[in-house]
Each structure stands twice: as C-alpha cells, then as structure tokens.
Design a protein around this ligand. Structure first.
Ligand SMILES: N[C@@H](CCC(=O)N[C@@H](CS)C(=O)NCC(=O)O)C(=O)O
Length: 242
C-alpha cells in the first residue's frame, strides 16, 4: 500500500489513521510547491492532482476522508467505525459536515490570504469565509456539550477528522478557540496511542504543522482576533518549525 502526501497537508488525516491502525504503508512525499502533484506520473494515480492519494493493489483513490473510511473498513478490523447503522450514518454526517462546512471556509481564507497569487486574491471573501466558519463551529460546539466523542461512546473516524479540522480552525485565523468541551473531545484523539503525525518540513500555504498533545484554552473575545495577514498558514509554519 502507498499513500502519497505528507503532513501538514490533508494527507495527515489518513496517515494518522494508518498509524493508529498500525497498517503497513509506504508514505511517498509529494513536492507540491514544485508542482509534482500536477505531473503526469501523479495525475495517472490521482487525476484530481491533489494530495493525498492512496494506492492499494488495484485501487487508486483520493479524498482524505474517503481514504480514512477505506482504511478503517478494509484494513482496520472495524476499529473506529460504529456498528450501529444510525451511529454510522451520524459519523458520515459529521465527516461531511467537517469537510463541507468547516474546512471549506478555512480553505477560502487560506486561498485569499496566502495561496492564490496576490493579484487574484479577494480580500473581501476572508471575513465572509470566517463568518461562515464561525457560524458552523457554533452547532458543533453545542453538539459536543456533555459528550466525549463525536458519535456514540468511542473514537470513530469522525473524531480524528474533527481533531484535524478543528486544529486547522484554531490555527488559521478563524478567530476561534476551542471551548473546554471541544478541547476534551479533541484531546481524546490527541492523547491516543499514536500522536498526530507531525510535518517533516514546512509547506507554505497549506496546513498548520503544529502537533499538540492536548488543549485547554477557552474562547477568546472577538476583540482579540488577529488580522488574517498575521495568522496565515505559511506564517504559522515559519513559527512552528522555527
Ligand atoms: N478534498 C481533498 C482536498 C485535497 C487538497 O486540496 N490537497 C491539497 C494539499 S492539503 C493539494 O494537493 N493542493 C494542491 C493543489 O490544489 O494544487 C481532500 O480532502 O483530500
């Protein structure tokens, strides 16, 4: 089995699960700043031209959360998967919610602060994306009140996805800090036997590289919000990897 992509990209999601499930897999770095993900060799594996991608026998697939699900289902002995159909459905719901409703506005913030060429950035989209993200973080926080896990009574794929995505929100200028409830749920993942994979090198304009064992911070007042320019992902990388 081969997984293309390394932390801090979204490859972190499946790599974390590979580690937790102790699945033997070759991790193949992709030089995204050099455009390796757009080269013919990688496009033959993942026509989307993005990291991560997984190759397992005849299967070649993309999408970080879909890869996590495949790993848990095909190689994980049903670990991190609810057996109850209703709980499994809710795990899917939260996985899609995290990617569509939390990650997407975070990605918009990243695109329009550091990733797009400066001339193509739309500064006005950054506060809109931040607002959209905060609006969706609120029901997630409510959901976690009194719960240790996203779904049911144990860790599932959705918890690892949430820990990764919420760490990004915490890092990336959404002006959000995890409440103690979220922190408790999140730290269940971070405390797992296998720590979140750390970045081997900085990758400007992608993900926060920081790997932290636990979170105990409370929400900050909005007046404490930093301007996006002061909290861009690449800036974080510089500081994290310094
Ligand atoms: N929805 C995809 C997003 C993949 C994605 O955008 N990956 C980034 C790295 S974190 C990438 O390869 N970017 C290069 C590009 O967009 O050209 C997933 O979750 O796997």
């Amino acid at each position: 089995m081969k997984l293309y992509g390394t932390p801090p990209t979204r490859a972190t999601r499946p790599i974390w699960l590979l580690n937790e499930l102790e699945i033997d897999c070759e991790i193949i770095p992709l030089d995204i700043p050099a455009g390796e993900h757009q080269g013919a060799a990688f496009l033959a594996i993942n026509p989307f031209g993005k990291a991560p991608a997984l190759v397992d026998g005849d299967l070649a697939m993309a999408e970080s959360v879909a890869i996590m699900m495949y790993l848990a289902e095909a190689h994980g002995g049903e670990r991190f998967l609810p057996t109850d159909p209703a709980e499994r459905a809710l795990m899917h719901q939260w996985n899609l919610f995290l990617v569509a409703e939390i990650e997407q506005p975070l990605w918009r913030m990243g695109l329009h602060t550091v990733i797009y060429p400066e001339a193509e950035r739309i500064a006005a989209d950054v506060p809109l994306a931040r607002r959209d993200c905060l609006r969706m973080l609120a029901p997630l926080e409510t959901h976690l009140q009194g719960r240790e896990y996203m779904v049911g009574s144990g860790l599932t794929v959705a918890d690892f996805n949430a820990a990764y995505t919420l760490d990004w929100a915490d890092e990336d200028g959404a002006c959000w800090r995890p409440s103690p409830t979220v922190a408790a749920s999140w730290s269940a993942c971070m405390r797992g036997p296998r720590p979140r994979p750390a970045s081997p090198r900085p990758l400007p304009g992608c993900m926060p590289a920081k790997s932290r064992p636990a979170f105990a911070r409370t929400s900050r007042p909005s007046s404490d919000c930093c301007p996006a320019s002061d909290r861009c992902p690449s800036d974080k990388h510089q500081r994290t990897n310094a």
